[in-house]
Design a protein around this ligand. Sequence first.
Ligand code: T4K
Length: 371
Amino acid sequence: MSSPLFVAKPVLPKLSEFLPYLEEIWKSEILTNNGPFHQRLEKSLEDYLGVPCAMLFNNGTIALLVALKMMDLPPGSEVITTPLTFAATAHSIAWNGLKPVFADVDPVTLTIDPAAVEKAVNSNTSAILAVHVYGMVCDTDGLRNVATKHGLRLIYDAAHVFGTTVSGKPIGEFGDVSVFSFHATKLYNTFEGGLITTSDAKDKERIYFLRNFGIKNEEEVADIGINGKMNEMQAAIGLLNLKLVHSERQTRTDLRSCFNNILSGIPGVLLPQEQANVSNSEQYYHVVIDAEVFGRSRDDIYDALKAIGIYSRKYFHPICTDFAPYKGSTIHSCRDQPYVEKVKSQVLCLPFHSGVTQQHVAMIAEVFQRR
Ligand code: T4K
Protein backbone atom coordinates (compact mmCIF):
# COMPACT_ATOMS: atom_id res chain seq x y z
CA MET A 1 0.00 0.00 0.00
CA SER A 2 1.44 3.38 -0.98
CA SER A 3 0.18 5.89 1.57
CA PRO A 4 -0.47 5.07 5.22
CA LEU A 5 -4.01 4.93 6.56
CA PHE A 6 -4.43 6.64 9.93
CA VAL A 7 -7.09 6.23 12.59
CA ALA A 8 -8.37 9.74 11.82
CA LYS A 9 -8.35 12.06 8.82
CA PRO A 10 -9.47 15.67 9.14
CA VAL A 11 -12.49 16.92 7.27
CA LEU A 12 -11.37 19.95 5.24
CA PRO A 13 -13.24 22.38 2.99
CA LYS A 14 -11.92 23.18 -0.47
CA LEU A 15 -9.08 25.70 -0.15
CA SER A 16 -10.83 27.88 -2.73
CA GLU A 17 -13.83 28.17 -0.38
CA PHE A 18 -11.61 29.28 2.48
CA LEU A 19 -9.88 32.06 0.53
CA PRO A 20 -12.85 34.48 0.46
CA TYR A 21 -13.15 34.05 4.23
CA LEU A 22 -9.48 34.90 4.61
CA GLU A 23 -9.96 37.97 2.43
CA GLU A 24 -12.78 39.09 4.73
CA ILE A 25 -10.54 38.68 7.77
CA TRP A 26 -7.73 40.62 6.10
CA LYS A 27 -10.14 43.38 5.16
CA SER A 28 -11.75 43.72 8.59
CA GLU A 29 -8.47 43.21 10.48
CA ILE A 30 -10.53 41.56 13.24
CA LEU A 31 -8.49 38.44 14.02
CA THR A 32 -9.93 37.38 17.37
CA ASN A 33 -11.91 38.49 20.48
CA ASN A 34 -15.48 37.56 19.60
CA GLY A 35 -15.20 38.65 15.96
CA PRO A 36 -17.88 38.28 13.27
CA PHE A 37 -16.95 34.70 12.25
CA HIS A 38 -16.87 33.69 15.90
CA GLN A 39 -20.34 35.11 16.47
CA ARG A 40 -21.71 33.45 13.34
CA LEU A 41 -20.26 30.10 14.32
CA GLU A 42 -21.67 30.19 17.85
CA LYS A 43 -25.12 30.90 16.44
CA SER A 44 -24.76 28.21 13.78
CA LEU A 45 -23.68 25.64 16.36
CA GLU A 46 -26.58 26.49 18.65
CA ASP A 47 -28.90 25.78 15.73
CA TYR A 48 -27.04 22.67 14.56
CA LEU A 49 -26.74 21.11 18.02
CA GLY A 50 -30.17 22.27 19.19
CA VAL A 51 -28.86 23.92 22.36
CA PRO A 52 -29.76 27.31 23.85
CA CYS A 53 -26.17 28.33 24.48
CA ALA A 54 -22.93 27.26 22.77
CA MET A 55 -19.66 28.95 23.76
CA LEU A 56 -16.59 28.49 21.59
CA PHE A 57 -13.07 27.83 22.93
CA ASN A 58 -9.60 27.56 21.45
CA ASN A 59 -9.48 23.84 22.32
CA GLY A 60 -11.40 21.22 24.27
CA THR A 61 -8.90 21.04 27.14
CA ILE A 62 -9.20 24.75 28.00
CA ALA A 63 -12.98 24.36 27.75
CA LEU A 64 -12.83 21.51 30.30
CA LEU A 65 -10.62 23.62 32.60
CA VAL A 66 -13.06 26.51 32.43
CA ALA A 67 -16.14 24.31 32.94
CA LEU A 68 -14.67 23.01 36.20
CA LYS A 69 -13.36 26.41 37.29
CA MET A 70 -16.80 27.91 36.77
CA MET A 71 -18.25 25.55 39.35
CA ASP A 72 -16.13 26.87 42.25
CA LEU A 73 -15.72 23.41 43.70
CA PRO A 74 -14.07 23.32 47.15
CA PRO A 75 -10.24 23.25 46.76
CA GLY A 76 -8.91 19.70 47.01
CA SER A 77 -12.36 18.15 46.72
CA GLU A 78 -12.86 14.97 44.70
CA VAL A 79 -14.20 14.74 41.16
CA ILE A 80 -15.17 11.25 40.05
CA THR A 81 -14.21 10.36 36.50
CA THR A 82 -13.39 7.45 34.22
CA PRO A 83 -9.85 6.11 33.75
CA LEU A 84 -10.72 5.16 30.13
CA THR A 85 -10.39 8.56 28.49
CA PHE A 86 -7.91 10.97 26.94
CA ALA A 87 -5.41 12.53 29.36
CA ALA A 88 -7.16 15.93 29.13
CA THR A 89 -10.15 14.73 31.16
CA ALA A 90 -8.23 13.80 34.31
CA HIS A 91 -5.69 16.60 33.86
CA SER A 92 -8.41 19.26 33.79
CA ILE A 93 -9.48 18.13 37.26
CA ALA A 94 -5.92 18.14 38.65
CA TRP A 95 -5.11 21.54 37.04
CA ASN A 96 -8.06 23.00 38.95
CA GLY A 97 -6.52 21.89 42.26
CA LEU A 98 -9.10 19.12 42.57
CA LYS A 99 -8.54 15.38 43.03
CA PRO A 100 -9.47 12.98 40.23
CA VAL A 101 -11.04 9.82 41.63
CA PHE A 102 -11.50 6.96 39.20
CA ALA A 103 -14.55 4.74 38.83
CA ASP A 104 -14.90 1.60 36.73
CA VAL A 105 -16.61 1.42 33.35
CA ASP A 106 -19.66 -0.46 32.15
CA PRO A 107 -18.67 -3.56 30.10
CA VAL A 108 -21.10 -2.79 27.28
CA THR A 109 -20.76 0.99 26.78
CA LEU A 110 -17.27 1.39 28.29
CA THR A 111 -18.55 4.61 29.87
CA ILE A 112 -18.37 5.30 33.60
CA ASP A 113 -20.61 2.97 35.62
CA PRO A 114 -23.06 4.87 37.89
CA ALA A 115 -22.93 2.05 40.46
CA ALA A 116 -19.14 2.42 40.65
CA VAL A 117 -19.56 6.19 40.95
CA GLU A 118 -21.95 5.67 43.86
CA LYS A 119 -19.30 3.52 45.57
CA ALA A 120 -16.69 6.25 45.11
CA VAL A 121 -18.78 9.06 46.61
CA ASN A 122 -17.76 10.35 50.04
CA SER A 123 -18.17 13.57 52.02
CA ASN A 124 -15.32 15.19 50.04
CA THR A 125 -16.85 14.51 46.61
CA SER A 126 -17.95 17.62 44.71
CA ALA A 127 -18.62 16.58 41.10
CA ILE A 128 -18.79 13.86 38.47
CA LEU A 129 -16.94 14.30 35.17
CA ALA A 130 -18.31 11.61 32.85
CA VAL A 131 -17.14 10.90 29.28
CA HIS A 132 -19.27 9.68 26.35
CA VAL A 133 -16.35 7.62 25.08
CA TYR A 134 -15.93 6.46 21.42
CA GLY A 135 -19.40 7.87 20.70
CA MET A 136 -21.09 5.58 23.28
CA VAL A 137 -23.47 7.58 25.46
CA CYS A 138 -23.22 7.35 29.26
CA ASP A 139 -26.06 6.11 31.45
CA THR A 140 -27.34 9.67 31.81
CA ASP A 141 -30.30 8.74 34.05
CA GLY A 142 -28.09 6.70 36.38
CA LEU A 143 -25.52 9.49 36.67
CA ARG A 144 -28.16 12.18 37.19
CA ASN A 145 -29.64 10.08 40.02
CA VAL A 146 -26.27 9.77 41.79
CA ALA A 147 -25.53 13.47 41.28
CA THR A 148 -28.91 14.56 42.61
CA LYS A 149 -28.82 12.16 45.57
CA HIS A 150 -25.45 13.50 46.75
CA GLY A 151 -25.77 17.12 45.59
CA LEU A 152 -22.94 16.83 43.05
CA ARG A 153 -22.26 18.86 39.92
CA LEU A 154 -22.39 16.81 36.71
CA ILE A 155 -20.15 17.59 33.73
CA TYR A 156 -20.02 15.65 30.49
CA ASP A 157 -16.90 15.41 28.36
CA ALA A 158 -18.68 15.22 25.02
CA ALA A 159 -15.55 15.28 22.83
CA HIS A 160 -16.69 12.10 21.04
CA VAL A 161 -20.40 12.81 20.53
CA PHE A 162 -20.76 15.85 18.29
CA GLY A 163 -24.32 15.92 16.93
CA THR A 164 -25.59 12.95 18.95
CA THR A 165 -29.16 12.91 20.20
CA VAL A 166 -30.81 10.60 22.75
CA SER A 167 -34.52 10.05 22.07
CA GLY A 168 -34.34 13.30 20.10
CA LYS A 169 -32.76 15.27 22.96
CA PRO A 170 -29.44 16.93 22.02
CA ILE A 171 -26.47 15.45 23.88
CA GLY A 172 -25.37 18.95 24.94
CA GLU A 173 -28.50 19.26 27.06
CA PHE A 174 -27.48 16.55 29.53
CA GLY A 175 -25.69 17.39 32.78
CA ASP A 176 -24.92 20.89 34.06
CA VAL A 177 -22.51 21.50 31.19
CA SER A 178 -21.15 19.52 28.24
CA VAL A 179 -17.72 20.07 26.72
CA PHE A 180 -16.85 19.30 23.10
CA SER A 181 -13.53 19.12 21.26
CA PHE A 182 -13.11 20.35 17.69
CA HIS A 183 -9.59 18.97 17.30
CA ALA A 184 -8.38 17.95 13.82
CA THR A 185 -9.10 14.29 14.63
CA LYS A 186 -12.75 14.87 15.53
CA LEU A 187 -15.78 14.33 13.30
CA TYR A 188 -16.21 18.10 13.30
CA ASN A 189 -13.02 20.17 13.48
CA THR A 190 -11.91 23.79 13.56
CA PHE A 191 -8.22 22.67 13.35
CA GLU A 192 -8.14 23.07 17.16
CA GLY A 193 -11.23 24.12 19.04
CA GLY A 194 -13.71 23.44 21.79
CA LEU A 195 -17.20 24.27 22.97
CA ILE A 196 -19.20 24.42 26.18
CA THR A 197 -22.96 24.04 26.16
CA THR A 198 -25.13 24.91 29.13
CA SER A 199 -28.77 25.76 29.75
CA ASP A 200 -28.06 27.73 32.91
CA ALA A 201 -27.92 31.52 32.48
CA LYS A 202 -25.69 32.07 35.54
CA ASP A 203 -23.20 29.41 34.46
CA LYS A 204 -23.18 30.92 30.98
CA GLU A 205 -22.31 34.38 32.26
CA ARG A 206 -19.46 33.06 34.41
CA ILE A 207 -18.04 30.97 31.55
CA TYR A 208 -18.19 34.02 29.29
CA PHE A 209 -15.95 36.02 31.65
CA LEU A 210 -13.61 33.14 32.46
CA ARG A 211 -12.97 32.59 28.74
CA ASN A 212 -11.65 36.16 28.35
CA PHE A 213 -9.35 36.72 31.37
CA GLY A 214 -12.36 37.56 33.58
CA ILE A 215 -12.68 40.94 31.83
CA LYS A 216 -16.08 42.52 32.35
CA ASN A 217 -15.43 45.84 30.62
CA GLU A 218 -12.59 48.28 30.07
CA GLU A 219 -12.64 49.27 33.73
CA GLU A 220 -13.37 45.95 35.47
CA VAL A 221 -11.82 42.48 35.75
CA ALA A 222 -14.43 40.45 37.61
CA ASP A 223 -12.85 37.00 37.71
CA ILE A 224 -9.57 35.04 37.48
CA GLY A 225 -10.04 34.04 33.86
CA ILE A 226 -7.86 32.59 31.15
CA ASN A 227 -7.42 33.09 27.41
CA GLY A 228 -9.81 30.49 26.01
CA LYS A 229 -10.86 32.42 22.92
CA MET A 230 -11.21 30.88 19.47
CA ASN A 231 -9.70 33.02 16.70
CA GLU A 232 -11.35 34.10 13.45
CA MET A 233 -9.47 31.64 11.20
CA GLN A 234 -10.63 28.72 13.35
CA ALA A 235 -14.18 30.05 13.34
CA ALA A 236 -14.14 30.52 9.55
CA ILE A 237 -12.99 26.91 9.06
CA GLY A 238 -15.71 25.91 11.50
CA LEU A 239 -18.42 27.56 9.40
CA LEU A 240 -17.22 25.76 6.27
CA ASN A 241 -16.75 22.40 7.97
CA LEU A 242 -20.23 22.55 9.44
CA LYS A 243 -21.51 22.11 5.87
CA LEU A 244 -19.48 18.91 5.51
CA VAL A 245 -20.35 17.13 8.76
CA HIS A 246 -23.55 15.53 7.55
CA SER A 247 -21.95 13.86 4.56
CA GLU A 248 -18.87 12.73 6.55
CA ARG A 249 -21.13 11.27 9.19
CA GLN A 250 -23.22 9.42 6.58
CA THR A 251 -20.06 7.96 5.01
CA ARG A 252 -18.99 6.72 8.44
CA THR A 253 -22.41 5.20 9.08
CA ASP A 254 -21.96 3.19 5.87
CA LEU A 255 -18.43 2.26 6.91
CA ARG A 256 -19.77 1.11 10.29
CA SER A 257 -22.08 -1.31 8.42
CA CYS A 258 -19.12 -2.60 6.38
CA PHE A 259 -17.06 -3.18 9.53
CA ASN A 260 -20.02 -4.83 11.25
CA ASN A 261 -20.42 -7.17 8.26
CA ILE A 262 -16.79 -8.25 8.01
CA LEU A 263 -16.18 -8.58 11.75
CA SER A 264 -19.44 -9.94 13.11
CA GLY A 265 -19.48 -13.55 14.19
CA ILE A 266 -15.73 -13.74 14.86
CA PRO A 267 -15.48 -15.40 18.29
CA GLY A 268 -13.69 -13.13 20.76
CA VAL A 269 -14.17 -9.94 18.73
CA LEU A 270 -16.83 -7.77 20.33
CA LEU A 271 -18.22 -5.02 18.11
CA PRO A 272 -19.59 -1.67 19.32
CA GLN A 273 -23.18 -2.17 20.45
CA GLU A 274 -25.94 -0.02 19.03
CA GLN A 275 -27.63 2.04 21.76
CA ALA A 276 -31.41 2.30 21.64
CA ASN A 277 -32.70 5.76 20.68
CA VAL A 278 -29.16 7.14 20.22
CA SER A 279 -28.13 8.76 16.94
CA ASN A 280 -24.46 7.86 16.77
CA SER A 281 -21.92 10.65 16.25
CA GLU A 282 -19.71 8.21 14.29
CA GLN A 283 -16.57 9.48 16.02
CA TYR A 284 -14.82 6.11 16.43
CA TYR A 285 -15.27 2.43 15.58
CA HIS A 286 -13.84 0.41 18.46
CA VAL A 287 -13.56 -3.36 18.83
CA VAL A 288 -12.83 -5.32 22.00
CA ILE A 289 -10.60 -8.33 21.39
CA ASP A 290 -10.59 -11.16 23.92
CA ALA A 291 -7.31 -12.96 23.19
CA GLU A 292 -8.33 -16.12 25.06
CA VAL A 293 -11.32 -16.65 22.79
CA PHE A 294 -10.00 -15.07 19.57
CA GLY A 295 -6.60 -16.74 19.78
CA ARG A 296 -4.71 -13.51 19.05
CA SER A 297 -4.35 -10.37 21.12
CA ARG A 298 -5.33 -6.77 20.43
CA ASP A 299 -1.63 -5.95 20.15
CA ASP A 300 -1.12 -8.70 17.53
CA ILE A 301 -3.87 -7.17 15.38
CA TYR A 302 -2.46 -3.67 15.91
CA ASP A 303 1.00 -4.88 14.76
CA ALA A 304 -0.36 -6.86 11.79
CA LEU A 305 -2.32 -3.83 10.56
CA LYS A 306 0.68 -1.56 11.06
CA ALA A 307 2.82 -3.91 8.98
CA ILE A 308 0.54 -3.21 5.99
CA GLY A 309 0.39 0.55 6.58
CA ILE A 310 -2.89 0.65 8.53
CA TYR A 311 -2.51 2.62 11.76
CA SER A 312 -5.21 1.73 14.26
CA ARG A 313 -4.96 3.17 17.80
CA LYS A 314 -5.09 1.58 21.26
CA TYR A 315 -7.25 4.38 22.68
CA PHE A 316 -7.09 4.76 25.69
CA HIS A 317 -4.12 2.65 26.64
CA PRO A 318 -2.43 3.44 28.95
CA ILE A 319 -5.48 4.36 31.02
CA CYS A 320 -5.24 7.41 33.31
CA THR A 321 -4.39 5.34 36.39
CA ASP A 322 -1.28 4.08 34.56
CA PHE A 323 0.02 7.65 34.08
CA ALA A 324 2.82 8.59 36.50
CA PRO A 325 0.79 11.32 38.33
CA TYR A 326 -2.21 9.06 38.95
CA LYS A 327 -0.43 5.69 39.18
CA GLY A 328 -1.66 3.62 42.06
CA SER A 329 -4.98 5.50 42.34
CA THR A 330 -7.81 3.20 43.31
CA ILE A 331 -10.39 2.37 40.67
CA HIS A 332 -13.73 2.06 42.45
CA SER A 333 -15.62 -0.89 41.05
CA CYS A 334 -18.61 -3.14 41.61
CA ARG A 335 -16.68 -6.14 40.34
CA ASP A 336 -13.97 -8.36 41.85
CA GLN A 337 -11.51 -6.70 39.47
CA PRO A 338 -12.19 -3.35 37.80
CA TYR A 339 -13.37 -4.21 34.28
CA VAL A 340 -11.30 -1.36 32.86
CA GLU A 341 -8.07 -3.14 33.93
CA LYS A 342 -9.04 -5.99 31.59
CA VAL A 343 -10.45 -4.03 28.69
CA LYS A 344 -7.52 -1.59 28.50
CA SER A 345 -5.47 -4.26 26.72
CA GLN A 346 -8.40 -5.30 24.50
CA VAL A 347 -9.76 -2.11 22.87
CA LEU A 348 -8.68 -1.09 19.41
CA CYS A 349 -9.97 1.84 17.34
CA LEU A 350 -9.91 1.14 13.61
CA PRO A 351 -9.40 3.85 10.96
CA PHE A 352 -12.84 5.40 10.66
CA HIS A 353 -13.36 8.22 8.15
CA SER A 354 -14.11 8.96 4.51
CA GLY A 355 -10.53 8.07 3.50
CA VAL A 356 -11.14 4.37 4.25
CA THR A 357 -11.77 2.55 0.95
CA GLN A 358 -13.31 -0.85 0.19
CA GLN A 359 -9.76 -2.08 -0.40
CA HIS A 360 -8.80 -0.99 3.12
CA VAL A 361 -11.86 -2.76 4.52
CA ALA A 362 -10.86 -5.95 2.69
CA MET A 363 -7.30 -5.69 4.03
CA ILE A 364 -8.58 -5.22 7.59
CA ALA A 365 -10.90 -8.21 7.16
CA GLU A 366 -7.99 -10.34 5.96
CA VAL A 367 -5.92 -9.45 9.04
CA PHE A 368 -8.75 -10.43 11.40
CA GLN A 369 -9.43 -13.68 9.49
CA ARG A 370 -5.76 -14.70 9.30
CA ARG A 371 -5.02 -17.88 11.24
N1 T4K B 1 -11.62 14.66 26.05
C1 T4K B 1 -11.56 13.61 25.22
C2 T4K B 1 -12.40 12.42 25.52
C3 T4K B 1 -10.74 13.64 24.10
O1 T4K B 1 -10.67 12.58 23.28
C4 T4K B 1 -9.96 14.79 23.86
C5 T4K B 1 -9.06 14.84 22.73
C6 T4K B 1 -10.07 15.88 24.75
C7 T4K B 1 -10.92 15.78 25.84
C8 T4K B 1 -9.27 17.15 24.59
O2 T4K B 1 -9.69 17.94 23.50
P1 T4K B 1 -8.60 18.89 22.73
O3 T4K B 1 -7.95 19.76 23.77
O4 T4K B 1 -7.61 17.99 22.01
O5 T4K B 1 -9.49 19.67 21.81
C9 T4K B 1 -5.62 12.91 19.49
C10 T4K B 1 -6.00 14.36 19.64
O6 T4K B 1 -4.87 15.21 19.71
C11 T4K B 1 -6.90 14.66 20.80
O7 T4K B 1 -7.55 15.88 20.50
C12 T4K B 1 -7.95 13.58 20.95
N2 T4K B 1 -8.77 13.78 22.12
C13 T4K B 1 -7.29 12.22 21.03
C14 T4K B 1 -8.29 11.11 21.20
O8 T4K B 1 -6.62 11.99 19.82
P2 T4K B 1 -3.34 11.70 19.52
O9 T4K B 1 -2.17 11.77 20.43
O10 T4K B 1 -3.90 10.37 19.20
O11 T4K B 1 -3.09 12.51 18.16
P3 T4K B 1 -2.23 12.15 16.90
O12 T4K B 1 -1.48 13.36 16.53
O13 T4K B 1 -1.46 10.90 17.13
O14 T4K B 1 -3.35 11.92 15.77
C15 T4K B 1 -3.94 10.67 15.49
C16 T4K B 1 -3.93 10.46 13.99
O15 T4K B 1 -4.75 11.42 13.37
C17 T4K B 1 -2.55 10.62 13.37
O16 T4K B 1 -1.92 9.38 13.31
C18 T4K B 1 -2.85 11.15 11.98
C19 T4K B 1 -4.19 11.83 12.11
N3 T4K B 1 -4.05 13.30 12.09
C20 T4K B 1 -3.73 13.96 13.25
C21 T4K B 1 -3.58 15.33 13.25
C22 T4K B 1 -3.22 16.06 14.53
C23 T4K B 1 -4.24 14.00 10.92
O17 T4K B 1 -4.52 13.38 9.87
N4 T4K B 1 -4.12 15.35 10.92
C24 T4K B 1 -3.79 16.06 12.04
O18 T4K B 1 -3.71 17.30 12.00
O19 T4K B 1 -4.45 12.61 20.20
